[in-house]
Design a protein around this ligand. Sequence first.
Ligand code: ARG
Length: 279
Amino acid sequence: MPRHATPRRYLMCPPAHFKVTYSINPWMDPAKPVDVPLAVAQWEDLRERYRSLGHTVEELTPRPELPDMVFAANGATVIDGLVLGARFAYRERAPEAEEHLNWFRAHGFSGAAVHEPAHINEGEGDFAVTASWILAGRGFRASPLSHGEAQEFFGRPVIGLDLVDPRYYHLDTALAVLDDATDEVMYYPGAFSPGSREVLRRLFPDALIAEEADAAALGLNAVSDGRHVLLPQGAVGLFGPLRERGFEPIGMDLGELLKGGGSVKCCTQELRGALRGAR
Ligand code: ARG
């Protein structure tokens, strides 16, 4: 099947102040040193890759007291130019929500287009957007109540999915949207409860099913533009199946950021239908 990329607009935040000083997921070990210049180089590589593929990358200014800000996917969810702000589960990251809202306000998003949430949600960490639905993770971070809040704000059906393995604490560590025009996804079943696995099987009978080793390399933390799939380079088992489906996998080395429990997708917030706010 021929695959077509469509131009995207992404919001990213450089890891200039990236550190692992606390642990809020099993990947984070404050005893392990982080090489900041290397993290920055790996992150710049990702940003330049997006640009070379024709995508627009906007940048958020990192704050020294917010070491996880590099994981920009968590700061909001944007669909059809509507911005659902975040509300973080842990106080260490709580002020990031306001940083994102300020960015959106400064870039022409205002009034009813911006919603400050009442319930905990960590942006695209737990919300994934397909053509038909918003898939929404719960169990570790997002409140189940945030699912109804997102459904009401975006007017799109939200499908709740229960995450059961702490290594896959956000939906975007266990599932990636490959084609958002046709409801095509890849996921690791082991991250989900039996009922949620059954839901995924019904909604996505043709999904690419990831093996444990590729999930453990954070291979599902991927970003697709409909043709190119940028994913952690360690997820070697996914490359062949992606190519068989007509996608072009691009392995990225974000090894330093993996120490924070994130990779390609965590670093990338997609601004959907938000081109009018462009500079
Ligand atoms: N250290 C961050 C946290 O635990 C990593 C967030 C990764 N982001 C993501 N979209 N999964 O909150």
